[in-house]
Design a binder for this molecule. Structure first.
Ligand code: GAF
Length: 378
């Protein structure tokens, strides 16, 4: 990275590099903004931002993936409007840092990433968190504040009303464990994964372009369900608080769509708890069943799947050694995650690729999900 930095900016003096991982979510989808539970794993796919301060008053950011350089006067950063491209992530973070009392210095930044974009593996949060660490350049910010600040950047500047899962796991990920996050208390516990198994992500190669507007709609539909629930059960402040029985009681007052959205969230929260118990007990068939139930609920009730994701899940379930499979992330494309015996992974990769290629004439990328640590300086 130092060589590229030197070549791009003429000097790599004082360069420091910061890494933040992408994630795969094992279960608990579209529950984070309903203040429920999620169970992601930080991956060894990560974004690295290298930075060196300069004295010319200019902030330059180069994206290796896009092969694009952007530059701004540092003093203008606070007042910038979104450009609706990749630069909104680091600039959104820079603005939040300024507002939090961390002035942005004149600097050169180089972004490099192995997290595939638009694939449901959280390339956005990896970019936000690694950019924030680069801008901080050794200044300390509490890890929870770091995650929340990056979430604010995405909500306020990028304009995506996301929950906290992606930024949280990018900061707090741990190698060898999944992390169960309580999205209301913002506490977490580490969940050991059974021996002899592995998780594999398969990329439909469909970029989730529809996701942003559909995501917004889902957030609004969940809020509508909470409003109706509250009239009858004043203690319900978010779907996290609603039991299946309470939801059934108000269902006749909800539109069919809103009732289905709420049913997904309420049942998904229950599945996260059961999945964690099954993981601790090493009950692989139960873990697999819960993943499949999650997928069907996302497909039928939450309606955020697509034919490519459904195909991959169905095809995975027919392959030897597979316990369960589901879409992961926001949906409308991106990846599935599959739980399988570790020794079955090579054959799984070959068979799922061949099946997808035969059906869609597209070669899917397949990633071994290796749990990794959260963001840090390299
Ligand atoms: C996206 C969002 F950014 C997350 O906050 C989460 O809601 C996820 O979709 C769905 O579970 O990754």
């Amino acid at each position: 990275m130092k060589d590229i930095f030197q070549e791009l900016f003429g000097s790599a003096e004082g360069m420091r590099a910061f890494r933040a991982p992408g994630r795969v979510n094992l279960i608990g989808e579209h529950t984070d903004y309903n203040l429920g539970f999620v169970l992601p794993v930080a991956l060894d796919l990560a974004t690295t931002v290298a930075m060196a301060t300069t004295r010319d008053g200019i902030l330059r950011i180069y994206s290796e993936h896009r092969q694009e350089m952007r530059q701004w006067n540092v003093k203008d950063v606070e007042g910038l409007s979104p450009a609706h491209d990749w630069s909104d992530y680091p600039i959104g973070v820079a603005r939040e840092l300024i507002q939090a009392g961390f002035p942005i210095q004149s600097a050169n930044l180089l972004i490099a990433s192995t997290v595939p974009e638009g694939s449901g593996l959280s390339s956005s949060a990896a970019l936000e968190v690694s950019s924030a660490l680069a801008f901080l350049h050794g200044r300390t910010l509490h890890p929870m504040e770091l995650a929340l600040l990056c979430q604010r950047a995405e909500r306020n500047f990028v304009g995506m009303p996301c929950g906290i899962m992606d930024q949280y796991i990018s900061v707090f990920g741990r190698s060898s464990c999944a992390v169960e996050i309580d999205c209301r208390s913002l506490g977490h516990r580490l969940v050991a994964l059974p021996a002899g198994i592995t998780f594999v992500a398969v990329n439909t190669m469909v970029k989730h372009a529809l996701a942003s507007s559909a995501y917004r709609e889902r957030v609004a539909e969940c809020a509508a369900a909470v409003n109706a629930l509250r009239q009858q059960f004043p203690g319900v402040e978010s779907l996290r608080d609603a039991s299946p029985a309470q939801l059934a009681a108000v269902a006749p007052k909800l539109s069919g769509v809103v009732a289905r959205r709420a049913r997904h969230v309420v049942t998904e929260d229950v599945r996260v708890g059961r999945f964690v118990e099954a993981s601790v007990a090493g009950d692989l068939p139960d873990m697999g069943r819960l993943m499949l139930e999650s997928h069907l609920s996302l497909r039928d009730d939450y309606q955020v799947s697509c034919q490519e994701l459904d195909f991959l899940v169905d095809a995975a379930m027919k392959i030897d050694g597979v316990y369960g499979s589901r879409m992961t992330g926001g949906g409308f494309g991106g990846c599935t995650v599959t739980l399988l015996r570790a020794d079955a992974a090579p054959a799984f990769k070959a068979q799922i690729s061949a099946a997808y290629q035969a059906r869609f004439n597209v070669t899917p990328l397949v990633y071994a999900c290796r749990p990794s640590d959260g963001a840090a300086e390299l």
